[in-house]
Design a protein around this ligand. Structure first.
Ligand code: HEC
Length: 163
């Protein structure tokens, strides 16, 4: 009886997928069909293209620079915005590369909240002092994660048109 009820589902599935053995799953996707293989292979390709921790860090590097100039300008809303985005970029990074989670936890639970508090104080001197410690926290993680050659220093130039 159960089987009888499911029969229309099988027929529908057959009609949608065409001949058995060639499922919709295998069809190339994306412009020009650059994503090939079954769903699993396509997901793997997308995951590789998305990048790992360095992709998150490029984002963090940009936002760190923006954070600095936001504080310099006394644009506290923009500073808060960038601090929050630094947190979510690192969280996305550890979701992709879990091996970095332990070092990231210290930064996310201690260093970033301290920076956020300094932003909330809306005072340039407090901000600059906190920004120096924040920069050290970046470098502490780079040492811990075996990339000591990536040394972060206070930005010297503006790179975005935001004022
Ligand atoms: C969880 C530890 C951790 C924290 C915290 C961290 N980094 Fe990184 N960072 C790394 C690792 C690991 C790499 C190298 C990535 C790789 O090997 O794929 C890196 C690489 C970078 C790069 C080079 C990216 C590239 O490929 O061009 C920049 C820029 C950077 N980090 C900036 C920062 C800044 C700024 C901060 C602080 C706001 C920071 N990082 C905090 C671990 C961290």
């Amino acid at each position: 009886m159960k089987l009888l009820l499911l029969t229309p589902v099988f027929i529908l599935g057959f009609l949608l997928n065409g001949c058995p053995g060639h499922t919709h799953d295998d069809e190339p996707a994306g412009p020009g069909g650059w994503l090939k293989g079954d769903s699993q292979q396509k997901f793997d390709t997308v995951a590789r293209q998305l990048g790992g921790f360095s992709a998150a860090m490029r984002d963090v590097g940009y936002r760190y620079i923006e954070l600095y100039w936001a504080g310099t300008d006394g644009n506290w809303d923009y500073a808060s915005y960038q601090a929050a985005k630094i947190g979510s970029a690192i969280e996305d990074g550890i979701e992709r590369r879990h091996g970095r989670a332990e070092s990231a936890a210290r930064f996310l639970n201690n260093d970033l909240p301290v920076m956020k508090e300094a932003i909330d104080a809306q005072d340039r001197d407090i901000f600059m002092t906190a920004f120096s410690s924040f920069t050290q926290a970046c470098n502490t993680c780079h040492y811990a994660e075996d990339v000591p050659f990536i040394t972060i220093e206070k930005p010297v130039e503006r790179i975005s048109p935001v004022r």
